[in-house]
Design a protein around this ligand. Structure first.
Ligand code: ZN
Length: 415
């Protein structure tokens, strides 16, 4: 009975303590030595997705501009009535793969976590936002695609040079048909194909006049876009990922004698290509986080002003990769965030360190990566308990905060 009364009194007292919030000041920082390891913040290893802390991997939206090449004199591609719907279906189906958790067939017996990629594709129009971002070009001078033979033009830039738009921020994708005469030839291979031109643009080649199976083409689109986002063919030895074993690149089981091992990795030539390894997803996110990269430019900059997708931390997390959040970041009571890399907060948003939570800045940078003003770092107090700020080592940076920089001027190793 006495215990109950005590508990009741404590509960009353706890409820009566109000929370105060204020901007962090230089005197709030507890300075300590950094005993952690030096971090390479753009190493793709550090971008491998931690599914228990997805808030630090916001979904990235890759902007695509779609072009259909054809000729009025001899139409051989998508028609302008049904084509846009078919192309939107292709993008939707590609996004379904990006969003699904796929188990990898290789390496055999692997226990890689089935991943979502935290990426999606969006079709983005040129200047007029009322357009759908799918453009039909009827041009007698532009060639059909010749994949091989005497007149092969796989590496041709004519269509890109003439019809590209906003290629500083949009990945232009051209759908081009095989030459009708080639299709009639028995010696010309006329399957679906794709060509990625460095990081500049994509060509998708197929039987677009008779397009019925978007699910067969989605893997070509995913494969080629992934090339643009730094992925290499995964059956080869040195593709930049340790979790993609070298193999014979069989299209399917028993397609060739001895084909008993078939991959479903998106970067293999396989009928089953739909899956990404942790390293591959990490490489793509590393390319998008790198400031000034082409891949980042193709990504919708939702991090500038924010989308309202707020991030929370309930436990302990060490930020070893660069990240651009799209809303407020709140460290809940009991949580610990160690910032060793660049962390961007959108304009008008803030970081809040709640009572009992700790933010440790260990060589990292808090800023807005678009150079806009974010509200700043806020510390909450309830009674005697307040959020803790720690400066580990001397190299922390705070930029673009409207409340001003709030780090102490000196640190233990600065003299
Ligand atoms: Zn390829």
């Amino acid at each position: 009975m006495r215990l109950n009364i005590l508990f009741f009194l404590f509960a009353i007292s706890a409820c009566s303590q109000s929370i105060t919030t204020r901007l962090a000041e230089p005197g709030d920082w507890i300075i300590q030595e950094d005993t952690g390891e030096i971090t390479n913040c753009l190493s793709s290893d550090n971008f491998e997705i931690d599914s228990t802390h997805l808030d630090f991997w916001p979904i990235k939206y890759v902007r695509l501009g779609l072009h259909v090449m054809d000729k009025t004199s001899r139409p051989f591609s998508f028609d302008s009535i049904n084509g846009p719907k078919q192309l939107r279906t292709l993008i939707r189906m590609s996004n379904e793969i990006l969003a699904q958790r796929q188990r990898l067939l290789l390496p055999k017996g692997n226990n890689y976590p089935p991943l979502t990629t935290r990426m999606r594709y969006v079709i983005e129009p040129d200047v007029d936002p009322s357009e759908d971002g799918i453009y039909f070009h009827y041009d007698e001078e532009m060639p059909y695609h010749m994949h091989n033979g005497k007149f092969q033009n796989r590496g041709d830039y004519k269509i890109f040079n003439k019809y590209k738009y906003r290629n500083d921020s949009i990945l232009n994708v051209f759908f081009i048909a095989h030459h009708p005469d080639s299709v009639a030839s028995k010696t010309y291979g006329t399957g679906n194909a794709g060509v990625a031109f460095g990081t500049r643009y994509l060509k998708m080649v197929g039987h677009w006049h008779d397009f019925k199976k978007p699910w067969e083409v989605r893997k070509t689109l995913l494969h080629e876009v992934s090339h643009i986002f730094t992925l290499n063919h995964s059956w080869i030895k040195n593709d930049g990922c340790d979790d993609t074993p070298q193999h014979n690149n069989c299209w399917n089981y028993n397609v060739k004698p001895g084909c008993s091992e078939v991959s479903n990795n998106i970067m293999d030539y396989s009928a089953r290509s739909i899956a990404f390894t942790p390293c591959q997803v990490g490489r793509m996110h590393a390319s998008m986080a790198r400031e000034g990269s082409k891949q980042r430019a193709y990504t919708r900059p939702n991090w500038c002003e924010g989308t309202g997708q707020h991030a929370e931390l309930r436990d302990s997390f060490v930020l070893r990769h660069e990240t651009d959040l799209e809303g407020n970041l709140t460290l809940l009571p009991g949580s610990y965030l160690e910032v060793r890399c660049r962390l961007s907060i959108p304009e008008g948003h803030r970081i809040t360190v709640m009572p009992g939570a700790t933010l440790a800045l260990a060589g990292g940078k808090l800023h807005n990566s678009c150079g806009l003003g974010w509200e700043g770092l806020f510390v909450e107090r309830r009674g005697r308990l307040q959020g803790t700020l720690m400066l580990l080592g001397k190299d922390g940076i705070i930029e673009d905060a409207l409340g001003g920089a709030s780090l102490p001027e000196t640190s233990p190793s600065s003299d």
